[in-house]
Design a protein around this ligand. Structure first.
Ligand SMILES: O=C(O)CCC(=O)C(=O)O
Length: 299
């Protein structure tokens, strides 16, 4: 790693928005990024925005969840009052309006195009970036989660925009084309040489960005005076351990509402020989460990 001359790296423009699935697949291949228009209606955006804002202030009130200024990953000391952003984790439990993102028909086929037919959900969370945030380090989603850099695509991410994204409100900054870069380290990727080439996306609320786990990206600087909210739903090939362990964190009342397909994507059933029990490939969501797992037995 790290023999690359940063001057040789190629930067592409963002691909145009599209609602054509086949074109979006070719954008994913060529740019590592696709931007899909009209994934949500304006009524749906409004409903989700209201739910997210309630959750943001609810988590604030009960002093739970995750707050940041953005630049903690650079090792910055941050005062509590400077933490203007929240990552509202595990939306699966936080409103029926989020369940559609587990297997959204305009998103899941593109994720499957990027990493294959069989997927497991890594995590779903809202990046609610407050005004006066700071930049997080540019990163590849699939890299820090797995101990070794691996030069193939086993992760893909989606972000449904609940706010219009622009340079003014810290639209997500991605580097189209960087999925084909040679492996470079974190420090080089965060050098001025690279940072100066990265632009915030401009796209309307209701659209979605899909990207390969190897695309370098990060947040943008929000100076708009308002919160910018994007919902990230990320997926792995099913052999990787997900960020959120849905098999114990999904609340019972939510589990009852999920379809079989959604439970499967959340990891409630095995993939091949992985994720079953006692050598069995049957692992239903209602699994009762005390009754069904075989313990110490004697003849
Ligand atoms: O908030 C954003 O725009 C990007 C967030 C992001 O890249 C991340 O948390 O991995």
């Amino acid at each position: 790693m790290n023999k690359t001359d940063l001057k040789d790296l190629t930067y592409l423009e963002y691909p145009p928005l599209t609602d054509d699935l086949e074109l979006a697949k070719s954008h994913l291949d060529d740019y590592g990024v696709a931007i899909i228009q009209d994934v949500l209606s304006s009524e749906s955006v409004k409903e989700i925005k209201e739910r997210l804002e309630e959750q943001f202030y609810g988590e604030e009130k009960y002093n739970v969840g995750s707050k940041s200024r953005g630049d903690e990953g650079f090792g910055q000391e941050v005062k509590e009052e400077e933490k203007v952003s929240r990552l509202v984790w595990n939306l699966i439990n936080k409103g029926d309006c989020f369940l559609q993102f587990i297997d959204h028909p305009k998103i899941l086929p593109l994720i499957q195009h990027a990493i294959g037919e069989k997927v497991i959900l890594c995590s779903m969370g809202a990046h609610m970036n407050g005004s006066n945030n700071q930049r997080m380090p540019l990163h590849q989603d699939q890299w820090p989660l797995v101990p070794h850099p691996m030069d193939f695509n086993f992760m893909a991410n989606s972000m449904v925009l609940i706010s219009d994204n622009s340079p003014e409100n810290g639209g997500t900054r991605l580097i189209p084309g960087s999925h084909k870069w040679p492996l470079i380290d974190y420090k080089s990727a965060n050098s001025d040489e690279v940072q100066n080439n990265v632009q915030s996306i401009t796209a309307p609320a209701g659209s979605a960005i899909i990207w390969s786990g190897r695309v370098w990206h990060g947040n943008g600087l929000n100076r708009s005076g308002e919160i910018r909210s994007n919902i990230s739903t990320a997926y792995f090939q099913p052999w990787v351990r997900p960020q959120e362990n849905h098999t114990y964190s999904v609340r019972k009342e939510v589990l009852e509402k999920l379809t079989d397909k959604q439970r499967h994507i959340l990891g409630f059933s095995p993939f091949g020989t992985l994720g079953g029990h006692d050598g069995s490939s049957v692992s239903p969501a209602e699994f009762d460990r005390d009754r069904e797992s075989i313990g110490v037995l004697k003849p």
